[in-house]
Design a protein around this ligand. Structure first.
Ligand SMILES: Nc1nc2c(c(=O)[nH]1)N[C@H]1C(S)=C(S)[C@@H](COP(=O)(O)OP(=O)(O)OC[C@H]3O[C@@H](n4cnc5c(=O)[nH]c(N)nc54)[C@H](O)[C@@H]3O)O[C@H]1N2
Ligand SMILES: Nc1nc2c(c(=O)[nH]1)N[C@H]1C(S)=C(S)[C@@H](COP(=O)(O)OP(=O)(O)OC[C@H]3O[C@@H](n4cnc5c(=O)[nH]c(N)nc54)[C@H](O)[C@@H]3O)O[C@H]1N2
Ligand code: SF4
Ligand SMILES: [Mo]
Length: 739
């Protein structure tokens, strides 16, 4: 029987054999782990059945956490680039020298060209790191730049914008109460592969099974018959980018048929009826391809269900009308009485309430605009789709230095190839990252940090989005290697150095306080953050339960928890309502679609983690999964065949990739996975560089945006043709169309 180090709250000793509890920080499901050690090495990672939220679930990615830790390609010391591109070499640096150099160069750019000449981009893993929450924000704030960017504007800005507009706080996001619902309508999400998003729902497969076993139904609306669609009771193909017409038509039906039962704390129901009057099921049918009768039936089923939850995720967020879609999703839940109802959509109540305690600001909009395109900020950030032009367009306020923190925007933001080229024109770039990848190869200095198994973790963000109220502090399992630094140490050290150089001369007392805060570990801050929590959960109790403390199912909490002025919900938020004209324009006035054009959408696979987890053979062996999925009839119409090498061209670029014929995508739609395209010069990823595939974001377009400023990554118009020189059905004369 292995020793269970349950109460241990320091890293395992050298040569340890036994089991310790850990946590996976790779996705929003935040699974609890049992990590087995043999002679100090990790020899097994399993789900922890004692975890009250994840209940023993683990996915293939979770078991690869130790691969990241032991990856020989991972950076462990600061590195400085000498030369460029394929010829670049990297020199290791001492920490103090590297931190001083970065602070000197960043401060020099700010001094010479102004604070806005320094841009910062925060990537997705920041949301999964306690140290980033407690110390990263201080570093970003210390830059005092308006050119702040993050992966949020290629992901969930529409959700945040609507949460702020309707519920008063950008993180007051309703979460499906999946364990108690009877009808789960999933629009543009694939939790069977992604394990859920803005819905922390470990073990989605078992929860979906339980839904069916208690007589409930799951309906999926998606242009692709996804892994989730395949286990659903019903799947409806929808034309990419058209969902707003579907969702508003459902609102229309509810109001027309008198099926709405909204709570008393909402305003502007009458205005709403006027706004959706022309969004009929017939219009929805023309736009989406879903029959008007099905649109009506879906609306009626929602109204009739005792408990139903409408969930719209990435597919309708990274979308030309993402904000209208998220608005309509909220309105559907409200009108059917499902907001704040058990089995509907509910607000989690985390022990550390980032919303109520204002640890995160409620949100704001258009306090400043981007210099070149004049796009408004949201919640203190500009859309990352403008980053490239802010670097390349000369003039006052031009971005000349860039800091990326746990982000890979070259693969994850629109026109990544163009952004990569722009990076080479910067005066200085620093990346806080663990790999030399497609983005960080452009940096002058890379500052690495420790990885998940070496860090303390408390999920400040995801307990607030989880389908059950739980809290869990998991201490670091592995000792930090000699000469490495935690992310919070790097953030703190840089923030202090920058403050010293950029003339932020605080009074001595304030300076000492700042130093104390920035040098205190996150673990020391947690007891303060826990103070006064609604559960009376003590730090002592939390520390003794690395498997997690169960705080119970989600509970109704409205209108008390609304953060809006007056504690009411506006059903017709002005910002979003203003976008309806643009939507009407697209629905009524657009020219007929070009028959040669196809609409490109993204996808996720179970073994991928955005762009950065391909450097492990555990996750990359087996059948290749990088292909462009195309409907067989779309291939045949062009004289192309399954497996052909194709050129895919959009307004911004083109790529060459093999295709796979499948009826799982609807006609007129093609799909590429996101996060591929690693074989670039200078990328030091020995396994990943050999993984085939191209970057979908060499095709996506920074001009295509939602009202919020979020990139419309999905629904990008593309054309396909046989790649030059490739043998194809057309090229070999094998298809009727060839002559
Ligand atoms: N076309 C298209 N584009 C998309 C998407 C899509 O579906 N389609 N999805 C979008 C979404 S939802 C997201 S969230 C973004 C993600 O966009 P990004 O966050 O820019 O990209 P990631 O691939 O998550 O890159 C994470 C980076 O952090 C590094 N890293 C990993 N762990 C750590 C750590 O602990 N500390 C530090 N400092 N660095 C670390 C990795 O090496 C990598 O460089 O991509 C978006 N882009
Ligand atoms: N395995 C794995 N898990 C992950 C990640 C990963 O990279 N790999 N990334 C994590 C991150 S950062 C996030 S944000 C989440 C995202 O989690 P999800 O929201 O589940 O995202 P996707 O799996 O990309 O699913 C989006 C779906 O939208 C569909 N879609 C595209 N365009 C449209 C449209 O116009 N209308 C409709 N109705 N649907 C459309 C796509 O076909 C796809 O099935 O996943 C997280 N989990
Ligand atoms: S579902 Fe997400 S959190 Fe759970 S093991 Fe997989 S990657 Fe980790
Ligand atoms: Mo994301």
């Amino acid at each position: 029987m292995p020793r269970m180090g349950l109460l241990a709250d320091s890293p395992v000793p050298p040569g340890f054999t036994g089991t310790r509890l850990g946590v996976c920080n790779l996705c929003e499901a935040i699974c609890g782990l049992q990590v087995t050690f043999t002679d100090g090495e990790v020899t097994g990672i399993r789900g922890n059945p004692e975890d009250p939220l994840s209940r023993g679930y683990v996915c293939p990615k979770g078991t690869s956490l130790a691969d990241v830790y032991s990856d020989p390609d991972r950076l462990r010391r600061p590195a400085r680039r000498v030369g460029t591109g394929a010829e670049a070499t990297w020199e290791e640096m001492e920490w103090d020298e590297a931190l001083d150099l970065v602070a000197d160069r960043v401060a020099a750019v700010a001094a010479e060209h102004g604070r806005d000449a320094v841009a910062v981009y925060l990537g997705n893993p920041n949301a999964h790191s306690l140290g980033s929450a407690t110390h990263g924000t201080a570093l970003v704030r210390s830059l005092r730049t308006r050119n702040r960017f993050s992966a949020s504007s290629v992901d969930q800005w529409p959700h945040q914008l609507l949460a702020w507009q309707m519920f008063g706080h950008q993180l007051l996001i309703p979460v499906p109460d999946i364990d108690r619902t009877d009808l789960f309508l999933v629009v543009g999400g694939n939790p069977m592969a992604s394990n859920g998003s803005l819905m922390t729902v470990p073990d989605f497969p078992a929860r979906a099974r339980a839904l069916r076993e208690r007589g409930g139904r799951m309906v999926v609306v998606d242009p692709r018959r996804t892994e989730t669609a395949k286990i659903a009771d019903e799947h409806l193909f929808v034309r990419p980018g058209s969902d707003a017409a579907l969702l508003l038509a459902m609102v229309h039906v509810l109001l027309r048929e008198g099926l709405a039962t909204p709570p008393t704390y909402v305003d502007h129901l009458d205005e709403l009826a006027g706004l959706v009057a022309d969004f009929t099921p017939e219009l929805a049918e023309r736009a989406t391809g879903i029959a008007a009768a099905d649109v009506e039936r879906l609306a009626r089923e929602l109204a009739a269900a005792d408990r139903a939850a409408v969930y719209g995720r990435l597919g309708v967020s990274t979308h030309g009308f993402g904000s209208v879609c998220q608005w309509a999703v909220n309105v559907l839940n409200i009108l059917t009485g499902n907001l704040d109802r058990e089995g509907g959509v509910m607000f989690p109540e985390p022990a550390i309430d980032t919303v109520g305690r204002r640890i995160v600001s409620p949100g704001h909009h258009d306090k400043w605009r981007s210099r070149v395109r004049g796009l408004p900020e949201f919640a203190g950030e500009l859309p990352v789709s403008v980053l490239q032009e802010e670097i390349t367009t000369p003039g006052e306020g031009q971005v000349r230095a860039l800091m990326t923190i746990a982000g890979n925007p070259v693969l994850s933001t629109p026109d990544g190839r163009g952004l990569a080229a722009a990076m080479d024109g910067l005066d200085f770039m620093v990346s806080i990252d663990i790999y030399l990848n497609e983005t960080t190869r452009h940096a002058d200095v890379v500052l690495p940090v420790t990885t998940a198994l070496e860090r303390d973790q408390y999920d400040l963000v995801f307990h607030g989005l989880a389908v059950r109220n739980t809290a869990r502090f998991v201490p670091a399992l592995l000792p930090k290697e000699e000469g490495t630094k935690h992310d919070w140490e790097v953030f703190g050290a840089l923030a202090l150095r920058l403050a010293a150089r950029t003339g932020d001369r605080l009074p001595l007392r304030a300076r000492l306080q700042q130093r104390a805060r920035l040098t205190a570990s996150p673990r020391l801050l947690l007891p303060l953050l826990l103070r006064g929590n609604r559960y009376g959960l003590t730090w002592r109790r939390l520390r003794r339960a690395p498997e997690g403390v169960d705080l119970g199912p989600l509970r109704p909490c409205l209108p008390e928890r609304l953060q809006t002025k007056g504690g009411r919900v506006d059903l017709t938020p002005a910002l979003v309502v203003a976008d309806l004209e643009r939507l009407r324009g697209v629905l009524h006035d657009s020219p007929a679609p070009d028959p040669d054009e196809l609409l490109l959408i993204g996808r996720r696979h179970k073994q991928d983690c955005n762009s950065w987890l391909h450097n492990t053979t555990r996750l990359t062996r087996g059948k290749a999964r990088h292909h462009l999925m195309v409907h067989p009839e779309d291939l045949a119409a062009r004289g192309l065949r399954d497996g052909d090498l194709l050129t895919v061209t959009s307004r911004v670029g083109s790529v060459e990739v093999e295709c796979a014929a499948t009826e799982d995508v609807m006609r007129g739609v093609v799909s590429l996975p996101h996060g591929y395209g690693h074989g670039l010069p200078g990328v030091r990823l020995s396994v990943a560089s050999a993984v085939p595939g191209v970057s979908i974001n060499d095709l996506t377009d920074p001009e295509r945006l939602d009202l919020s400023g979020n990139a419309a990554l999905n629904g990008t118009p593309v054309r396909i043709a046989a790649a030059p020189g490739a043998a194809t059905a057309a090229g070999s004369g094998g298809a009727a169309l060839a002559t």
